[in-house]
Design a binder for this molecule. Sequence first.
Ligand code: FPP
Ligand code: MG
Length: 321
Amino acid sequence: MEQTAGNIEDSLRSVNGYIAAELAAIDREVFNFEKFPFSFMGKASRARFTLLMARALGAESRRAEKAAAAAELTHTASLLHDDCLDMARYRRGLPTLYDQVGVNSAILVGDLLIALAFECAGRAAPDLQESLVEAVKRMTKGALIEENSRGKKIPAAAAEKIVALKTGALFRWCALAACRLAEKPEMLDDCARLGEEAGSAFQLIDDVLDFEGDADACGKETLKDIKEGKFTLPLILALNDAQAGPRAEKLLASVKAGPEADLAPALDLAELVRKGGFSGTARKTAAEKLKNLFPLIDTFPHRKEAEALKDFLLALGARTA
Ligand code: FPP
Ligand code: MG
């Protein structure tokens, strides 16, 4: 039965409750989730995107909530692993699990969450498990390509591929899941593209915020990408600029990671990226990607919900945290 009505915030609360119940069911001897202050849902952008897509396409809301929970569990699992890779101390305004319980347990909790995510996807619809496997494969490929590229000046096209895989893949799955649950097979390819582009734009803004953002508002450290040797679009644009490029190269060579490292070169490089307009250009690229999706969204059957989806995408492109 089609059931799209109701408040999106109520649906998000259901997703949150669903995840909380999954975690509460884990034996405390395995991992005591209550003991560690860690947010398992963050901004819930993937859940919100799944629910909005589902409403705009006409999917049943209870199943969409399960798909949204699967997306958030997958995302959090990937962040638990990512924080180990990046040795990150803060996430969602709190110490990372890597910081609180160490690398071994953080990785294993991530493994547990990804297993819960597959289970949850299967409850939304059995075949969604298979497509989630494909999404996790893509995410992992993206993370590995990024890992292999650390410290290397990659071209913009290579950075674009990393972004499409490591983040675009999960948004792609969210859109595919919504389309599957709405039983619109003829729209699967378009939804896959929409999801991947929305996810890529989301990550581009994330990369911009690493230079422009406020650490407290973002709930995580900033200037992390340059310290970790990640060449994201704002930095690539600066390095490729005839005027700013040589100074950017010089500053980058002096950037060091670690608590004792001199922060000045990283701060100067961030200022160059901001004031030279390179982070602004990356933001515009993201905003354009999102705007280009609007003609497709205009073909979705539920008009009011489609407009809400467009508003959400506009907010993603404009976000400052
Ligand atoms: C954050 O990127 C990380 C991702 C978007 C995905 C990372 C993917 C994996 C670790 C592989 C998939 C693993 C599982 C278990 C699904 P970022 O470092 O640019 O963002 P940040 O600034 O928030 O850390
Ligand atoms: Mg990271």
